[in-house]
Write a protein that binds this ligand. Structure first.
Ligand SMILES: [Zn+2]
Length: 386
């Protein structure tokens, strides 16, 4: 069964290199067996079994969210309200969510994650990562990753989020690199560490990532959000798929990242919600660094599931062009997960988003407006705006 989507005012096609977006006007998209059969000018589209007229809407690849913390319980609106009046963000707020998460049942954690995933679909996200990191004991980290693995292949063990209350630092690191790692290993693809002031040092990060790699996990990092502890050379040396946040970087860090295999993932929702300085994405882009944009959805520092919001902030506050931001939120996210996706090349999974707008530029031009009309994964509609 093949379907031709026609009446597309503009179709954004993402290329291999950062920021490479080709916009085709008066376009069509053909899908067969869940894969892209054709994406290009309507005049050259193949005949299909059925046709759907999108009435002048635009089409973009589905967003790939490479950084999301969806397994937790509770919320921290009071902390947000106090912070917004001037109190700076401290990593310790994570411990509030840890208490709620440990107390929650699997059913509660699963229901909360599924509610957020439904929001992801409504925001045009078609592939996403899920991290643990609010259990911080063997039992709850394991429960978290089991639930994560029910919903995505991109699962990340973030036992090294912070040191939990009531545990000695050395004992906790011993568990994260030993018993906890061995328990979660069957359910985790990635290992992540929050390497920052108030979280883990560069030495500890090295120890934890190396233990994860030895256990067959692939490394990625939260780093340089609050301060620059000097972890960037290590991240590149260990072949981290991505360094996320990266607000504070030296010229030397930028030189090391440029030309490396490590993506820098921007998390605009985090700086927005914590009133923190934004990374200079334009500077990173000029240095030839591959950028991704992710939601960082979590109840403390970035409680958003909206990729269009993150794109709008990246364009307005970080200096990306609308094309660079679109690329970063699609193909960039896929590169940060070292997976396929974020592209409508022939043969790719038909993951795409229909926007109630004439082009992708409207994502940042009309901030805060729900422009996602329909979301498709492998040719199947998972969201339609009523
Ligand atoms: Zn995060």
């Amino acid at each position: 069964m093949s379907t031709l989507y026609k009446g597309i005012s503009s179709l954004a096609l993402t290329g291999e290199s950062f920021g490479d977006v080709l916009v085709v006007e008066n376009a069509a998209l053909a899908v067969a067996d869940g894969k892209v059969l054709y994406a290009g000018p309507a005049s050259k589209a193949p005949a299909c079994d059925q046709e759907i007229d999108l009435g002048g809407r635009s089409v973009i690849p589905g967003f790939v969210d490479s950084h999301a913390h969806l397994i937790f319980a509770g919320e921290r609106s009071e902390e947000f309200a106090s912070r917004i009046t001037g109190k700076p963000y401290a990593a310790g707020g994570i411990r509030t969510t840890v208490r709620a998460t440990r107390a929650a049942s699997d059913e509660e954690l699963r229901a909360n994650a599924e509610k957020l995933i439904a929001e992801f679909y409504a925001s045009g996200i078609t592939q996403f990562e899920i991290k643990s990191g609010y259990g911080l004991d063997v039992e709850t980290e394991l429960r978290s990753l089991k639930i994560a693995a029910e919903h995505t292949q991109h699962t990340t063990f973030l036992g090294a989020h912070v040191v939990p209350e009531g545990v000695q630092r050395a004992d906790y690191i011993k568990s994260v690199t030993g018993e906890m790692l061995q328990a979660v290993r069957p359910y985790a693809k990635w290992i992540d560490v929050f390497c920052d002031q108030g979280a883990f040092s560069v030495e500890e990060t090295k120890q934890i990532l190396e233990a994860g790699i030895a256990a067959g996990l692939k490394p990625r990092l939260h780093a340089n959000q609050i301060a620059n502890l000097g972890v960037i050379p290590l991240a590149v040396e260990l072949n981290c798929a991505s360094v996320d946040h990266a607000t504070h970087l030296t010229a030397e860090d930028i030189a090391v990242l440029s030309g490396s295999n490590t993506v820098v993932t921007l998390l605009p929702g985090a700086e927005f919600s914590t009133k923190s300085p934004y990374p200079d994405a334009r500077r990173l882009a000029s240095a030839g660094i591959t950028l991704a944009i992710a939601t960082d959805c979590n109840p403390g520092s970035s409680y958003t599931t909206s990729m269009p919001f993150c794109i709008a902030v990246a364009v307005r506050e970080m200096g990306l062009t609308p094309e660079q931001a679109l690329w970063a939120a699609t193909r960039g996210g896929a590169k940060a997960l070292r997976t396929e996706g974020g592209s409508l090349e022939v043969g790719a999974s038909a993951d795409f988003v229909v926007l109630d707008a004439p082009s992708h530029v409207f994502l940042s031009y009309r901030p805060g407006v729900q422009l996602v009309s329909q979301t498709y994964i492998a040719g199947r509609r998972v969201f339609e705006r009523q």
